[in-house]
Design a protein around this ligand. Sequence first.
Ligand code: NDP
Ligand code: X2W
Length: 343
Amino acid sequence: MIKVGVVGGTGYTGVELLRLLARHPGVQLTAITSRGEAGMPVADMFPSLRRRVDLKFVTPQDAALEQCDVVFFATPNGIAMKQAAELVAAGVRVIDLAADFRIRDIAEWEKWYGMSHAAPDLVAEAVYGLPEVNRDKIRTARVLANPGCYPTAVQLGFLPLVEAGVVELSSLVADAKSGVSGAGRKAEVHTLFAEAADSFKAYGVGGHRHLPEIRQGLVRMAGDQAVGLTFVPHLTPMIRGIHATLYGRLSKDVDLQALFETRFAGEPFVDVMPAGSHPETRSVRASNMCRIAVHRPQGGDTVVVLSVIDNLVKGAAGQAVQNMNIMFGFDEMQGLDIVPVSP
Ligand SMILES: NC(=O)C1=CN([C@@H]2O[C@H](COP(=O)(O)OP(=O)(O)OC[C@H]3O[C@@H](n4cnc5c(N)ncnc54)[C@H](OP(=O)(O)O)[C@@H]3O)[C@@H](O)[C@H]2O)C=CC1
Ligand SMILES: CC(=O)N[C@@H](CCC(=O)OP(=O)(O)O)C(=O)O
């Protein structure tokens, strides 16, 4: 049994972590934080956790966090970077669901996130937690940067094409749509029901902070070649889910279906669907699965990849638990062997 702490247990990715960790046989939930609700039973806030979680929220300064083997930060950007060094010094491994440790270039991170970085040394040692790319390094990580939701869907979709060098790297396009839970639980006007329901919009066309994260990952996959990427996120009136439609120009004639099936063979959480498929977000709802379909419309030179995930699971908490499993030598599917909810 490992002792696990969650900082930010009242948010959407926090409660999703609790849902997954509560039924993980190798985990003892030890500390769950909230600044405003310290002292309240966790299951009073989330009745879905009654009979599963019998802890009370503690403050993020509680000493119990240092007794843990691993602490998840399900907090806004800029929080983990201030607390991680002390935890790491106490022998605690840290998994950050925010972006504090994702971008290696500190100046680039500071530009996109609009704050000074508090722990550049930890960025240098942090491991980017996309298991399908980085599994070996994840095993020994002390600080794990859990990928963003859009970056997970987009990087997995482009991965076989970019690694195999079969697309023109200068003109990749990622058109991605997210459910509203992607914006978190905090109150904001644009996520009110009357604002987000029955409507559909793009945002961040001029530049979204996931752009440098996706580009960094694609450059690494391409063996350090430059990558030109256009990334346009959209907000859709659904609660969970990301659907990424990815476009690239083929530079080689290959059997795309075989390329994708071979690259992801044996991956427990990537499902390459039969040729001609159109994956739906609800086919992955509440699960850690990424479903992918690859198309070559009319046999032309454009490849279209469809990639769907649940933003709160493979896009956040589920991937974080997958990374924990790898870091602590558990079976990678432990706690994550979930059949998606449908409808
Ligand atoms: N939602 C999603 O689909 C995804 C989110 N992420 C990232 O995961 C992180 C969490 O997201 P999400 O769960 O949606 O966010 P929420 O807004 O739903 O929750 C944020 C949580 O952080 C806590 N918190 C806020 N400020 C502080 C602070 N200064 N110190 C300690 N705790 C704090 C809040 O708890 P309290 O106020 O009770 O202390 C709350 O539990 C973010 O960085 C987000 O970008 C990543 C991938 C996908
Ligand atoms: C719909 C929506 O608002 N989505 C969020 C997703 C960002 C997110 O979750 O942030 P990280 O993955 O970087 O932590 C956004 O675009 O800001």
